[in-house]
Design a protein. Sequence first.
Length: 177
Amino acid sequence: MPMRIDDKKLAVKELNEIANKAVSAVAADYHGTSVSELTKLREEARNSSVHLKVIRNTLAKRALSDTKFSCFDELLVGPTILAFSLDDHASAAKLAKNFNKVNSNFVVKGLSMGDSLLELNRLSDIANLPNKEEAIAQLAGLLNAPLVKLVSLLNEIPSKLTRTLAEVRQQKIQAES
């Protein structure tokens, strides 16, 4: 059943709002992917705060025309699924890369983290980026390392003094006997 004009306007408005909130996006061809596989993909997307959208290409072009993802215009040919990362820059790329490992019919057409398309060989690089919590943990570890070295160095001074005094005492005991 064809969509009514009001439904089309609503779909364009919803996609436009999602695209304006998103920090990155991936467009992929899902031709040949089964419904059950797409259902698993949608479940994984919900868990990683990625918004998936399958919409007619003409409506998607209209919705994305005045957003930072207008670069997807030439990719919107054939069956296309759009994945928008809402929180983490890498979550849509991770989702697409992991799903592509399981399903060879799922082919990434393009990815964007702003106003331009990125090269497809960058998908792995972006997918391997740490999420926010991991990045903060890595930064904390880097900041903590010099402090740990300083504390161990300061702790080593009295330990070395104690070992030296014990050695001198041992030598005196041996000299007396």
